[in-house]
Write a protein that binds this ligand. Structure first.
Ligand code: NAI
Length: 391
């Protein structure tokens, strides 16, 4: 494996599993890795069908001898190379995250894993424990904590600008699965509606996990208990496509989380509102460069990304000057910049700089899976209040 000196003179070498031709999130990962020049993509098993994977590898200039038939061959092929990959990005459907992450961790690689981290809580616990036992880094791509204004919101809550938090409203409505597109050849919808491939949660696993993570990230609150009502509106669908979850947080704050895949008119409507005893904050993913802040008895203030007086955690994640919009790719790149710094800092046995701190890891992935588990259990128990096993 490469020593610290070598690492200081080169980009991190990344491999990717999934993310081949026609896939969604793998391409976003590739954009994100390029923005800071922190990673180079040198290997992959890009598709569940090997030949398609090889053709895709060729199209993005990954060498043929590092395009693998599957992830097992990739582990074997990479592990003894002097120029082996430093980390693997797992961009496959949910049910494959655990076996792929486990294989790479056991071979000593760092891992960047899509959410939800696993499809079962047992697997999530095992993966988190394995990350600790192997002393490897596991980053989980909770995209939305990459936005600078989310870090600004977190800093404002932490320094008491809102006072004690009373109410947390978070919603993640999407429209794209409002009809049975899974039965009409939509590959992304097909695996998302299959419990064997997606896990116990439908909308709640796919996007509710993002909302839950974001609410906890900004407020720092831990859920004490939750009560869920799931619905499946599209006939024939096997998993929820709409979830309402009431959350009681430690300290008495109340939360309400809505995730929906059938919310016609909502493209990517992730929205967070936090209300405290002295003020409130509101952020919407479709307008991510601003944060609305209102003090008790005050007029709403619009805080804009890029200002000099923002928190250092927001400034370090800001790329373009005020007024030049940043968005999704930049937020995803901030996660990758953080992962790169976290990986380097570990190898060099030093503390990470600001960008490498506060990045989502397997501990957050575990909490997300525990949330899905508790939500489905609560719903199946006719809406009884339950405590997630990890918060
Ligand atoms: P997709 O269906 O568009 O792509 C999946 C890709 O994985 C395909 O290229 C497929 O051939 C490949 N694949 C499947 N099994 C494989 C295996 N065993 N080995 C190698 N390749 C394999 O899926 P999508 O929408 O890109 O989602 C992938 C993951 O990313 C999911 O876990 C999903 O929850 C997550 N996701 C995360 C987002 C975020 O904001 N962080 C947004 C969208 C998806």
């Amino acid at each position: 494996m490469s020593g610290a000196d070598d690492l200081a003179r080169r980009r991190l070498r990344l491999g990717m599993v999934g993310g081949g031709e026609g896939a969604y999130i793998g391409g976003i990962h590739r954009f994100a890795t390029r923005l800071d020049n922190a990673f180079e993509l040198v290997a992959g098993a890009f598709d569940v069908r090997a030949e398609r994977g090889h053709a895709f590898a060729e199209s993005i200039f990954v060498a043929r001898d590092r395009s693998y038939d599957d992830f097992t061959a990739m582990v074997e092929g990479e592990k003894n190379r002097p120029d082996r990959i430093d980390a693997v990005a797992i961009c496959t459907p949910n049910h494959t995250h655990f076996p792929i992450a486990k294989a790479f961790l056991e071979a000593g690689f760092d891992v960047i894993c899509e959410k939800p981290m696993t499809t079962t809580l047992d697997d999530a616990i095992a993966l988190h424990e394995l990350a600790k036992a192997t002393n490897r880094f596991v980053g989980v791509t909770y995209t939305y904590c990459g936005y600078p204004m989310i870090h600004q919101a977190q800093a404002m809550v932490a320094r008491g600008d809102l006072g004690a938090i009373r109410v947390v409203q978070v919603e993640y409505p999407l429209e794209w699965m409002a009809s049975a597109i899974e039965a009409q050849g939509n590959a992304q919808a097909a695996w998302r509606t299959d419990p064997k491939l997606s896990g116990r949660g439908g909308s709640v696993g796919d996007i509710g996990t993002h909302a839950y993570h974001l609410a906890g990230f900004v407020t720092g609150l831990k859920a004490q208990s939750l009560c869920a009502d799931l619905a499946t509106f599209v006939p024939g669908r096997l998993l929820d496509d709409n979830a309402h979850v009431m959350i009681r947080y430690e300290g008495g704050a109340r939360g309400l989380l809505w995730s929906s895949q059938v919310a016609i008119g909502c493209s990517n409507g992730l929205r967070l509102r936090v209300f405290g005893e002295k003020g409130s904050l509101s952020w919407w993913q479709e307008e991510p460069n601003t944060l609305s802040y209102t003090r008790l008895s005050g007029a709403p203030e619009i805080i804009k990304r890029g200002r000099e007086d923002l928190d250092p955690s927001a400034k370090v994640r800001t790329r373009t000057p005020p007024g030049h919009p940043e968005g999704y790719i930049a937020a995803f790149a901030n996660l990758y910049a953080g992962f790169a710094e976290a990986i380097r800092a570990r190898r060099e046995t030093r503390a990470p700089s600001e960008i490498g701190m506060n990045v989502p890891t397997s501990a957050d992935g575990l909490k997300g899976v525990a949330f899905v588990d508790a939500v489905v259990d609560s719903h199946e128990a006719k809406g009884c209040w339950l405590t997630p096993r990890f918060v």
